[in-house]
Design a protein around this ligand. Structure first.
Ligand code: PMV
Length: 316
């Protein structure tokens, strides 16, 4: 059996603006998704997504493409592309997917699972897909899931580490392995529908997106200067604009306010917003204190770290 994994991601700054060609800063996080593939004796394709209690069986890829529930069609579609490109027989296999990420929470769960899946498929069929190719196929899958994503999620989940991402071009940026707090606001979001509703307000958005770009540029400098307190303050400014464009929620605002009142360097939503997660930067002892206060209010959070590893094989 082959098992591959890939990290989730967190956007430090620049979400939404990145969809329109502005820069964003993304980091891979040490919460991962997994894909295990093994041969089976029956002439079937078994597909399991344990987080959703999904266990499906198909006689062949044609049936899989026809009968796959829409929320998982990216897997059957990319298998079709790989089968044609590499002339492989997708049969007599069991595919099991699992993620430790909250789904629909701004942590790139769909991209993370896609990258883990592609790494496992590449290893199983000896395709030798490079990180760039994994990223390309994961982007193909992300477009099926989210419509018009920027490509930042698949880029960071395949490469790991930290990236400045603009216009489809990832540029590595060096960051020390720091800790931060990720808190789930309690409701998932649907990135695709948030992106399409913002796209309808494009003219009204432009000024805000330019403001986000200015903050992100300062954030890149703060990272280069290793100035985390300034980075936190810039996160606060970025949050104000995200709130103005309507993607924050009262729960997210509450988590952010508690974080700031309790000594965080800064706090903001991360990812598409309208639910999902809040990112809090601060000294580790403050983060523990904030986590404790949030827990008493019913919020789940995780102390998380930058992960330098992208998609990788765990065992074979
Ligand atoms: O919420 P997530 O993990 O799907 O992240 C979306 C990030 C956006 O910038 C809002 C969209 C994108 O494609 O870049």
């Amino acid at each position: 059996m082959i098992t591959a994994s890939a990290p989730g991601k967190c956007i430090l700054m620049g979400e939404h603006a990145v969809v329109y060609g502005h820069p964003a800063i993304a980091i891979a996080i040490d919460i991962r998704s997994y894909c295990s593939i093994e041969p089976i004796s029956k002439k079937l394709i078994e597909f399991q997504m344990t987080n959703y209690d999904t266990h499906l069986k198909f006689h062949d890829l044609t049936e899989m493409k026809k009968q796959m529930p829409p929320q998982f069609s990216q897997f059957s579609e990319v298998l079709g592309v790989l089968m044609e490109k590499f002339d492989i027989q997708i049969e007599s296999i069991s595919i099991r997917l699992y993620t430790d990420l909250w789904s629909g929470a701004g942590l790139g769960s769909s991209a993370s699972v896609a990258v883990a899946f592609l790494c496992a498929i590449s290893e199983f069929y000896n395709l030798n897909l490079s990180v760039e190719k994994i990223n390309e196929y994961a982007f193909f899958m992300e477009k099926i899931v989210h419509g018009t994503p920027s490509g930042i999620d698949n880029a960071i989940c395949s490469s790991g580490g930290a990236l400045i991402y603009q216009n489809g071009v990832p540029e590595r940026i060096l960051l020390p392995k720091f800790s931060f707090l990720i808190t789930y606001s309690g409701l998932p979001h649907d990135t695709g529908s948030i992106l399409s509703s913002l796209r309808k307000k494009r003219d009204y958005l432009d000024g805000s997106l330019i403001e986000i770009e200015k903050i992100t540029e300062k954030g890149i400098k703060a990272i280069k200067d290793k100035n985390f307190t300034l980075l936190g303050e810039l996160c606060n400014l970025n949050q104000e604009i995200l709130s103005n464009i309507g993607v924050s929620t009262s729960k997210m605002d509450e988590i952010i306010a508690i974080s700031r009142e309790n000594g965080a360097y800064g706090s903001k939503l991360t990812g598409a917003g309208v639910g999902g997660c809040v990112l809090t930067l601060g000294d580790i002892s403050q983060l523990h204190k904030i986590q404790f206060i949030l827990k008493k209010l019913g919020y789940s959070s995780k102390i998380t770290h930058l992960d330098y590893n992208g998609g990788r094989i765990e065992s074979k």
